[in-house]
Design a protein around this ligand. Structure first.
Ligand code: FAD
Length: 434
């Protein structure tokens, strides 16, 4: 569709991040090995973090990736490095009681700290900034709720937050759309494409092999090992780690039945100039709002553009159409961007779970970490590492997620047919300021 007022010259449906960190186009491994200690399925942050820990412990590790390495959500996300779970503290407390809720919420901070330490220790050049986050309240009720919830959380988990009333909101955001918000310190952002490239380089340096364009199509337990079938041959593996999250397919049906893939969408504006971006986001924090069908916005790492996301889960046509809708939502937040051209519009799959919590463990002898519910940069990396520790039999492998059942639903096989009506319902609740 020709859309002269919308699409900048060179418009692409590849993620903005791939400009600086293109996906490797060719496979560097000549063939699949006959045998490996650990077959890691999926090459995002989760698979790579697992592979790094395993390879450093001396295991022969082979990472299998259906597409180009890092093709999934790990190089398609917004780059926010948060310190909370998708499930907020009051909900956790209601479901599990205060002690377990605290242990689970603490894992959000632990995952954040693990990731920041990994970046520093490994010197990963991924434009990490400790910028903080502004959580914009959609309604006055949301503002009050957030203030109470953060106060409760702070009593149990170190949390540095300042509530910003609506009258002062423009100090955070050049917008009158919201009803104030929470300025959360101690959260950051990365360039996810560079983060993935850097992590993969450490994995390769540690001696692991990464086989792109090599989907795993089946795996069978045979005695105390697995026969892993790939499109480039069969591999005997002593252990398997599945790290396919929102892209989990039929090769691992037990995990697929427990993950709900949810498409998420983003645009990049044409370069706006650093001064203009700094006017729109004066503190340069990342921004997200409190709707269920959320909006989020951040500056690009070079400070020149706004990267904006919305319409999560709503599949409404080609990405060119999506770009127009996203730009309209962006203009609700920043009216002056209503006529800005868009250079990139892309999508990726998040992996949600029925209890809205991440999970890791062992199913049918297969280790897995999945279901990060939109916070997988820290949580996927952390649980990938913990999964590796578990496989290695290390004592500090335990997490607060260990004793949670990994729920599914009757007749659910991985096809989320219920999402469109559910999202329409949530959209109405958002509009009513539920
Ligand atoms: C638009 C968007 C914005 C997001 N924003 C954020 C954010 O700001 N902060 C945050 O923390 N999280 C965010 N997320 C979520 C985050 O990106 C994910 O939780 C995280 O990347 C998951 O990493 P992963 O390694 O588990 O899975 P992925 O990176 O999705 O990797 C899974 C890989 O498995 C491969 N695969 C699947 N099946 C097979 C098979 N049979 N054989 C071989 N390979 C296979 C896939 O091709 C894929 O590459 C966002 C996600 C999206 C889509």
């Amino acid at each position: 569709m020709a859309d002269d007022d919308l699409l900048a010259p060179g418009f692409t449906t590849d993620p903005y991040w791939w400009d600086a960190a293109p996906r490797p186009s060719a496979n560097t491994e000549p063939s699949a090995p006959a045998a490996t200690d650990v077959a890691v399925v999926g090459s995002g942050h989760t698979g790579m973090a697992a592979a790094l820990t395993l390879a450093r412990a001396g295991r022969k590790v082979t990472v299998f990736e259906a597409d180009a390495p890092g093709y999934g959500a790990s190089t398609r996300n917004a780059g926010y490095v948060g310190r909370t779970l998708y499930s907020k503290f009051f909900k956790l407390e209601k479901t599990f009681g205060t002690a377990k809720a605290t242990a689970l919420a603490r894992e959000g901070k632990t995952a954040h700290d693990y990731l920041v330490d990994l970046i520093e220790r490994e010197q990963l050049a991924c434009r990490y900034v400790n910028c903080g986050r502004f959580i914009a309240a959609e309604t006055p009720k949301h503002y009050d709720h957030m203030a109470r919830e953060f106060a409760a959380l702070a009593r149990h988990v170190p949390t540095d937050v300042t509530m910003v009333p609506r009258a002062e909101q423009r100090s955070e955001l050049a917008s009158d759309r919201y009803h104030g918000g929470a300025a959360l310190n101690g959260t950051g952002a990365v360039h996810p494409g560079l983060f993935h490239n850097e992590l993969m380089n450490r994995v390769l340096s540690a001696g692991a092999a990464v086989l792109g364009h090599t989907p795993v199509t089946d795996m069978r337990r045979e005695g105390d090992s697995f026969e892993v079938t790939t499109t480039r041959g069969r591999v005997r593996a002593r252990n398997v780690v599945v790290a396919t999250n929102g892209y989990t397919g039929t090769a691992t049906p037990a995990i697929r039945r427990r993950i709900v893939p949810v498409g998420a969408y983003m645009i990049a504006t044409e370069p706006l100039g650093a001064a203009r971006v700094a006017r729109l986001l004066p503190t340069l924090r990342t921004m997200i709002d409190t709707k269920i069908n959320i909006y989020w916005a951040r500056m690009s790492p070079d400070g020149e553009r706004i990267l904006f996301g919305a319409r999560t889960g709503i599949d409404d046509g080609p990405l060119e159409t999506k770009a127009r809708k996203l730009r309209a939502h962006m203009a609700e937040v920043f009216p002056e961007l209503a006529a800005i051209k868009v250079t990139h519009c892309w999508t990726g799959n998040m992996g949600f779970t029925f209890d809205l919590l991440p999970h890791h463990g062992v199913i049918d002898g297969v280790h897995y970490a999945a279901g990060f519910c939109g916070v997988g940069i820290p949580m996927g990396s952390y649980l990938g590492h913990k999964t590796a520790l578990k496989l290695l039999g290390e004592r500090d492998a335990a997490t607060a997620f260990d004793d949670l059942p990994f729920p599914t639903r009757p007749f659910y096989n991985g096809n989320p047919w219920f999402l469109p009506p559910m999202l329409a319902y949530w959209g109405v609740r958002d509009r009513m300021g539920r």
